[in-house]
Design a binder for this molecule. Structure first.
Ligand SMILES: Cc1cc2nc3c(=O)[nH]c(=O)nc-3n(C[C@H](O)[C@H](O)[C@H](O)COP(=O)(O)OP(=O)(O)OC[C@H]3O[C@@H](n4cnc5c(N)ncnc54)[C@H](O)[C@@H]3O)c2cc1C
Length: 412
């Protein structure tokens, strides 16, 4: 084992945590962690939150302390892009011509923002937010103040809008849906977030799209599909991300909205694994493939992939989980709910502290807690139980969530 080389492509959360886990598990061979970005691995959630606002230091964004990689003999290659993967030769090639042979390979190449292709999108001042460099540019914008148009009321758009308002900017959010985050949560929670943003002074232009960015050299106006004109000093586009598939695709590895992996996180390519935003993994609990674009999935799936690379039995079955902070509204969401019949509330959203549950056939498929804490494990227990739930008890704040499940299941 000790002569083996394990290569990880993508030096972000999934890749860095996989490298850490290989060492924790006692792997003594060579570990190469190759990343296209200049920074050592960092976390992206602060980039729409405290780091963006200037409330947290840059150091707080990094996955590991400086020196971690040297101390653990992880060869971290930054500014290094893998341009080709040859699965027959078990070899990766970098943009600078270097080649590395591997015994096991982990693809943790993540996702990249969809680019907007309308007229004017090449103007200065049209920003995206995925990397620390993107965030640094936007921090300067926030410091300068003024007016910003946010294109897209999904996670990035909503969190950026909140931070920009907190920084005192005038913020307009444009989205073709009728409510923020509606495609994920439906109308009830979409309405809640719409009101939160309105109450904080965000102008919401919903049911409308951006037709064109206008300006001389830099964007200074946005024209919408219904003909509204919104003046701005800059714009931020958050219209979703796409998994980075090119390496896998060119290598003949099976992809379908992500790199297809089994529950052991193994791809169709020999000795090649995938984890994080890029992986569409077979999920044993859902008996279906799912791809999760959230931090905790990258955090947990990277280490799981490390164990699979070591030949250990792995069955990755974490219930998807994510969190979001907007203004003073902190929330956690667990579950996977492509469809549901009803949404049940425990507490009143108008009070700003509540839980919401998405049910299918009276079974909880997802749950959210807003400014209510230490309940996430109980939500996951409800989901894992798959039991029909007494709705009155679910709504009742005085009934413990665990008591709704006759035989609580534990997470494997
Ligand atoms: C601004 C922002 C805020 C977020 N906030 C939250 C939040 O509040 N809660 C939450 O749950 N999730 C949040 N997320 C999502 C979370 O950050 C992602 O799910 C997570 O970053 C995924 O990690 P990853 O390691 O799979 O991939 P990524 O973070 O996408 O990293 C992939 C890395 O691989 C590198 N790479 C790609 N191709 C190559 C190549 N060929 N060669 C070398 N390197 C390559 C890329 O440069 C990149 O550094 C947020 C994301 C963003 C952008």
């Amino acid at each position: 084992m000790s002569e083996q080389t394990f290569v990880i492509v993508g030096a972000s959360v999934a890749g860095a945590k996989a490298a850490e886990e290989l060492r924790s598990a006692g792997f003594e061979g060579r570990v190469l962690l190759i990343g296209a970005e200049s920074e050592r691995p960092y976390e992206r959630p602060p980039l729409t939150k405290d780091y963006l606002r200037g409330d947290a230091p840059r150091e707080k964004t990094f996955v590991h302390e400086p020196g971690f990689y040297e101390q653990h003999q992880v060869e971290l290659e930054t500014d290094a892009t893998v341009t080709a993967l040859d699965v027959a030769q078990s070899r990766v090639t970098l943009a600078d011509g270097r080649m590395f042979d591997y015994d096991r390979l982990l693809l943790a190449t993540g996702a990249e923002p969809h680019r907007i292709t309308i007229a004017g999108s090449e103007l200065d001042g049209v920003h995206y937010l995925r990397t620390l460099a993107d965030c640094d540019a936007l921090r300067e914008r926030l410091q300068a103040g003024g007016r910003v148009v946010v294109v897209g009321a999904g996670w990035i758009g909503s969190e950026f809008a909140a931070s920009a308002r907190q920084g005192g900017l005038e913020v307009t959010v444009i989205d073709p849906n009728s409510l923020p985050l509606e495609h994920i949560f439906g109308a009830e929670i979409g309405t809640f977030y719409r009101d939160v943003h309105r109450d904080h002074g965000v102008e919401l232009v919903l049911g409308d799209g951006v037709e064109v960015f206008e300006g001389e050299r830099a964007v200074s106006r946005v024209r919408t599909t219904t003909g509204s004109v919104i003046e701005c000093d800059f714009a931020v586009v958050g219209i979703g991300v796409a998994p980075r598939l090119k390496l896998a695709l060119d290598a003949g590895i099976k992809v379908k909205d992500g790199i297809v992996v089994d529950e052991k996180l193994q791809t169709s390519g020999p000795a090649v694994f995938a984890a994080g935003d890029v992986a569409r993994a077979w999920h044993p609990f859902y008996d279906a493939p799912i791809r999760v674009e959230h931090w905790s999935n990258a955090l947990n799936q990277g280490p799981a992939a490390a164990h699979a690379m070591l030949g250990e039995p792995v069955s990755y079955d974490h219930i998807p989980y994510f969190f979001s902070d907007q203004y003073d509204v902190g929330m956690e969401y667990s579950g996977h709910a492509p469809e549901w019949d009803e949404v049940v509330f425990r507490g009143d959203p108008a009070d700003g502290e509540f839980m919401a549950f998405w049910l299918h056939d009276r079974r909880v498929v997802a749950g959210m807690n807003v400014n209510v804490w230490d309940v996430n494990e109980h939500v996951q227990t409800l989901i894992r139980s798959r039991q029909p739930i007494d709705l009155a008890a679910l709504e009742d704040r005085d009934t413990s969530l665990d008591s709704l499940v006759s035989e609580p299941t534990t997470q494997r």
